[in-house]
Design a protein around this ligand. Structure first.
Ligand SMILES: Nc1ncnc2c1ncn2[C@@H]1O[C@H](COP(=O)(O)OP(=O)(O)OP(=O)(O)O)[C@@H](O)[C@H]1O
Ligand SMILES: [Mg+2]
Length: 299
């Protein structure tokens, strides 16, 4: 079986290189066993015309090496799911994509991450507009202690995206509509965002993220604090949002990953083990570690 491996110094990154000598295959299943010495990612980590491209990204917390030499593209108008056991650095990697790790003193990121071809770690990049272009939705809904209206208007106000009240009203309504929340809150926009249900709060946070016109939305386990109904509303929303945005979602739910994503990336102890089309990852993973995780053997 031909293993598709990516080498960090491969000069033609969109072409799958041949298997390396470090690769060991299971004779029976053809799956790739432990090739961790060479830290190669199995599968298609690179795609044509990516929205974001990460190359040789390493992350350290003080002297602890967290993310190890990860290279991965984030596509346009599609969802990539990031899965893996707890503590395998999924959130750490996600936070690299909008420089949220800058807020952690002991955290150091090396390598290249580009958004539409621009190096987001360039010293001339201002992180405030960057984080509007690459928005983030967290595990626990975190509305500001402000009205529903002001939660959504906050970002556009800071970034000067509306010239007057009428324009702001429109941004707020459009964002709440896109987040599927407008009908539920249109008559109580002046009430506190914190008074909404958990699922509504999460949609409010999504509306707040959308309001500043992002290109990419990062979601770190956005449904883990929600019940199944609220979860399914958010999943439908993700499906719709991908028509306009690129979405990277960390999830512990493999059902959720297969429902909402087109590509899946499997992380293990700071390594990106395998990337591929979601259906392939869940039905026919190429790496034994991926297989072990999706069949519940560990994690
Ligand atoms: N702010 C921090 N300071 C120091 N170490 C950290 C920090 N954040 C994360 N780490 C370490 O990095 C490793 C990966 O953590 P991370 O939160 O990225 O994992 P995760 O895959 O998102 O886990 P989970 O699925 O439980 O959310 C852990 O060992 C954690 O202790
Ligand atoms: Mg996490």
């Amino acid at each position: 079986m031909e293993a598709q491996l990516k080498h960090q110094d491969d000069p033609t990154p969109n072409r799958a290189p041949a298997a390396s000598a470090a690769t060991v295959e299971d004779q029976k299943t053809g799956r790739i066993l432990y090739s961790r010495d060479s830290r190669e990612t199995v599968g298609e980590a690179f795609i044509d015309e990516p929205r974001m491209s990460c190359r040789n990204v390493d992350v350290y917390y003080d002297d602890k090496h967290a993310i190890r030499n990860v290279s991965l593209d984030i596509g346009r108008n599609q969802v990539i799911a990031m899965i893996g056991p707890s503590g395998c650095d999924k959130s750490t990697f996600l936070r690299c994509l909008n420089r949220m790790n800058d807020t952690i003193d002991i955290c150091r990121v090396t390598g290249q991450i580009h958004l539409d071809g621009v190096d987001i770690y360039d010293r001339h990049i201002d992180v405030v507009p960057l984080r509007a272009r690459v928005g983030m939705v967290f595990q626990k809904p975190n509305p500001f202690p402000k009205s529903i209206y002001d939660n959504v208007a906050y970002g556009p106000r800071i970034h000067g995206l509306a010239q007057n009240k009428a324009e702001m009203d429109e941004v707020v309504e459009t964002s709440l509509r896109r987040a599927g929340l407008w009908d539920e809150v249109k008559d109580r926009l002046d009430q506190p965002g914190t008074g909404l249900s958990g699922g509504q709060q999460q949609r409010l946070c999504i509306a707040r993220t959308i309001a500043v016109g992002p290109e990419v939305i990062l979601m770190d386990e956005p449904c883990s604090a929600l019940d199944p109904i609220a979860t399914s509303i958010i999943e439908d929303l993700i499906d719709e949002l991908k028509q306009q945005f690129s979405i990277a979602i960390v999830t512990h739910s493999m059902q959720q990953a297969s429902r909402v994503s087109q590509r899946t990336a499997y992380f293990h102890l700071g390594d990106l083990i395998e990337v591929g089309e979601t259906a392939q990852i869940f039905t026919n993973p190429r790496h034994q570690l991926t297989q072990d995780y999706i069949t519940g053997r560990f994690g």
